[in-house]
Design a protein around this ligand. Structure first.
Ligand code: IPM
Ligand code: MG
Length: 367
């Protein structure tokens, strides 16, 4: 019987509620496949600020780094949101990504076919969408220095810095090409090369790397045009690679295709462990936020969190069969009509967060 250590940051808002459902599903996986998942609970974001005064303690980051994988709920909320605050929940998440070297954020967007009507886009457009956004996660304008505010004679001013170094582009773009090879062999690289110098470097490096992947069909797309293509013809894309902030914005947009942002998982990966059959330390989180408006109501959709646990099984623990079992259980539950409030039109037909988790965990156990 294999034992794995999973560090858990439930975080803020609906984070703890959806985390509980991922936990339920992992227990079911453990029972069905004979594994033990040992959880270590750690504080991040607003929860850590309230307890320790900082959004992430160094020792908690170290404990997470020592685990086999990390699960994260969501961070942030109105209690910590004032733009004048020096200490913010999001800083904890950014510090964790940076400190653990999690430079590649994988955000798959696929439509579960029973949910075709949940998408606000026309069915004919979203049918068959299966795209994977690879977002650079530890560089760009999120981390560039200087980043500060000051006062001058004519008023206030602020600066953020968008900087990319070649090695930061190379590693994430190579991963994207490698992933394209495991899929439909198409890669779209998104930039703003008509305006930004950093994007011209990005585009140059991508074109150079493409020489090593003659079997992958590459296109460069400007980010503003991409925003349009995503809602006009999303099925055209396979793997999409882009820098940090463009990826942040485009993946919220892409989530609409699937019907609800509550459905979508993500995996943030660092370098592969040397020698260890391609396994990597990773942090797994739904792409939705802390949803303070519904926190504590047992209404949040736990599927993005549960599918994040499936990605954890696949990418960090090397448990492909188990990952597929969870993904199949989610698809089967949804096909059988298990839907949370974000996916139904008539509210009294909606399952609660915990009932949705039960529906998935039960199917994993029965598999
Ligand atoms: C995301 C979130 C984060 C980001 C925030 C919470 C810092 O929007 O993971 O997409 O901007 O990366
Ligand atoms: Mg975001």
């Amino acid at each position: 019987m294999a034992e794995f250590t999973v560090a858990r940051f439930a975080g803020d808002g609906v984070g703890p509620e959806v985390m509980a459902e991922a936990d339920k599903v992992l227990s079911a996986v453990g029972g069905a496949f004979g594994h033990r998942f040992r959880a270590i609970d750690l504080l991040l974001g607003g929860a850590a600020i309230d307890r320790y005064g900082v959004p992430l303690r160094g020792e908690d980051a170290a404990a997470a780094a020592a685990a086999d994988a990390i699960l994260l709920g969501a961070v942030g909320g109105p209690a910590w949101d004032s733009p004048t605050r020096a200490v913010r929940p999001e800083q904890g998440l950014l510090a964790l990504r940076k400190r653990l070297g999690l430079y590649a954020n994988l955000r798959p967007v696929a439509l579960l076919s029973p949910l075709v009507d949940a998408s606000p886009l026309k069915g004919a457009l979203v049918e068959g969408v299966d795209l994977l956004v690879v977002r650079e996660l530890t560089g760009g304008i999120y981390f560039g220095r200087p980043s500060r505010r000051w006062r001058e004679r004519r008023g206030r001013a602020a600066v953020d810095t968008l900087v990319y170094r070649e090695h930061e582009i190379v590693r994430v773009v190579r991963l994207a090409f490698d992933l394209a090879r495991t899929r439909r062999r198409r890669l779209a690289s998104i930039d703003k090369a008509n305006v930004l110098e950093s994007s011209r470097l990005w585009r140059t490096v991508v074109s150079e790397i493409a020489a090593d992947y003659p079997d992958v069909d590459l296109e460069h797309v400007l980010v503003d045009a991409m925003a349009m293509h995503l809602v006009r013809n999303p099925a055209r894309f396979d793997v999409v690679v882009t820098e940090n902030m463009f990826g942040d914005i485009l993946t919220d947009e892409a989530s609409v295709i699937a019907g609800s942002i509550g459905l979508l998982p993500s995996a943030s990966l660092g370098a592969a462990h040397a020698g260890a059959n391609g396994r990597r330390l990773g942090l797994y989180e739904p792409i939705h936020g802390s949803a303070p408006d519904i926190a504590g109501q047992n209404r949040a959709n736990p599927i993005g969190m549960i599918l994040s646990a499936a990605l954890l099984l696949r990418w960090s623990l090397g448990l492909e069969r188990e990952a597929v079992a969870v993904e199949t259980a989610v698809a089967d539950a949804v096909a059988a009509g298990a839907l949370t409030a974000d996916l139904v039109t008539v509210d009294h037909h909606a399952l609660s967060t915990s009932a949705m988790g039960d529906a998935v965990a039960g199917r994993v156990q029965a598999a």
